[in-house]
Design a protein around this ligand. Structure first.
Ligand SMILES: [Zn+2]
Length: 453
């Protein structure tokens, strides 16, 4: 198999603090076989490809551990679960993988899905039928009574095609884990926060400590990874004690949680991007609906920043996720905002944040997909960036800065055609935003100001 040589002026391995100068990457069979100084690099033999990265910054392809590939940029829970078939969701997810690639994201963890959508997308890419990012696939989120993804009332439940699976008993929890493992998931997500609160305002976890431990044990026994949604202190604590692989959010954690995470070796992925976008962009809608959602998210950011700073200072490793797949976080747009947030809000150095978004996040990919660093033995996924993210991580959000994307040593050129959201994503059936009484019609100037008593 002929080798590919990539000459780089500036290279960031995804494992270190500094960029290296005058390096060469050698790729064989899609994997790095040499990463090191140009002077000592194996010389290309006649006919072998030599790529010159010029003055671009060469770094590992980015990893997002929290992208809902099949939610379709949903505006509502109904959009996620009701309006489109699982078959359409899978095809749509495949379409949107191109948006991820174009943004420099070569690997993605899909935490929570429906049926076998992301499994099908992953398998079709792995089979070589389509070009797309590496995918850690999942299936339905394991939920308890009205925890996340069991968001409709109990008389609706969680039919097969929903993104959640109601597992209210231990037998159901274990049975669902085994079903998902058989279907070929890489990751199983548990929705740890419940809808109930203590008088002091603390979240009550959706599962007991023992249930959590038993589920996580079974998931690990079957060789799969565990991700949990956990805002609440209790949810974080149970998840950490059970030894989950990644805790999403963790906003209300305390010192006991931090100690438990340090002991178990779990990772944190705050996924602040979605909250940041909610606060920044949703205010007009907020005013019209009076839902209080953005205001609530702002409070969560305040508390979450304080607690997650402490977690970082204690030495807990962080991953980066964006919660892409909602209308507030469309695919391909906001993934790298999380890197900027780690720097601006949590005090990460740029190198630390870039490691979080590459080598650390890559730990959530299956063992068959060693990615996330420019290192011998890993898959040759890398990007050329115009400018140095070590000087300003925000440039990773500028599409024009992502100059080339390589998957397994091959350059990919994803196409991201425009699309009609009303046919792809937005099937919301809400037609009226308010109550049109005759009084309201008068206020709107649609009727004479003569109201029948
Ligand atoms: Zn999510």
């Amino acid at each position: 198999m002929s080798r590919i040589h990539v000459n780089c002026q500036t290279l960031f391995t995804g494992l270190e603090d500094q960029a290296r100068q005058q390096q060469t990457l050698v790729i064989e069979n899609g994997m790095f076989s040499y990463v090191g100084s140009r002077a000592e690099a194996p010389q290309p033999t006649p006919g072998e490809a030599v790529i010159d990265a010029g003055d671009h910054f060469v770094m590992p392809g980015l990893v997002d551990v929290h992208t809902h590939l099949v939610f379709g940029n949903a505006k509502s829970e109904e959009d996620i679960d009701l309006h489109v078939s699982p078959e359409f969701r899978a095809l749509r997810g495949l379409f949107f993988t191109q948006h991820l690639l174009a943004a420099g994201y070569t690997s993605v963890v899909v935490p929570g899905d429906a049926g076998q959508c992301s499994i099908a997308v992953r398998n079709s890419i792995n089979a070589g039928m389509f070009t797309g990012p590496r995918i850690a696939a999942s299936s339905n989120v394991i939920a308890n009574r009205q925890s996340l993804n069991d968001w409709f009332p109990s008389w609706v439940g969680t039919p097969e095609y929903f993104s959640g699976r109601l597992c209210a008993t231990r037998d159901e929890q274990i049975g669902e884990i085994r079903r998902q493992a058989k279907d070929g998931v890489d990751v199983i997500k548990i929705a740890m926060d419940g809808p109930h609160f203590r008088p002091n305002g603390e979240h009550i976890a959706a599962f007991t400590e023992e249930e959590t431990r038993i589920m996580v044990e079974e998931i690990h026994r079957l060789g799969k990874k565990v991700a949990v949604h956990a805002y609440g202190r209790e949810a974080v604590l149970y998840a950490a004690k059970a030894g989950v692989d990644v805790i999403f959010h963790g906003f209300f954690m305390d010192d006991e949680c931090i100690e438990a995470i340090l002991k178990s070796g779990s990772h944190l992925a705050p996924t602040f991007t979605m909250l940041a976008n909610n606060v920044e962009f949703a205010e007009d809608y907020e005013a019209s609906t009076k839902s209080g959602y953005a205001a609530m998210q702002r409070r969560v950011i305040d508390v979450g920043c304080r607690n997650l700073r402490r977690a970082r200072e204690a030495g807990i490793p962080f991953m980066t996720g964006s919660d892409s797949g909602f209308a507030i976080t469309p695919y391909g747009e906001w993934h790298a905002r999380e890197i900027e947030i780690l720097v601006d809000w949590l005090g990460f150095t740029p190198a630390e944040a870039l490691r979080a978004a590459t080598s650390v996040s890559a730990k959530m990919l299956p063992a068959s997909q060693p990615v996330g660093a420019l290192e011998v033995g890993r898959r040759a996924d890398f990007i050329f960036v115009d400018g140095s993210p070590l000087e300003n991580v925000a440039i990773l959000q500028e599409r024009s800065r992502i100059r080339s994307v390589y998957l397994g040593g091959k350059r990919v050129e994803p196409t991201v055609p425009g699309y009609d959201p009303n046919k792809v994503s937005d099937f919301n059936t809400v037609k009226w935003s308010e109550l049109h009484t005759r009084q309201r019609a008068v206020e709107m100037g649609k009727r004479p100001a003569r109201i029948d008593q």
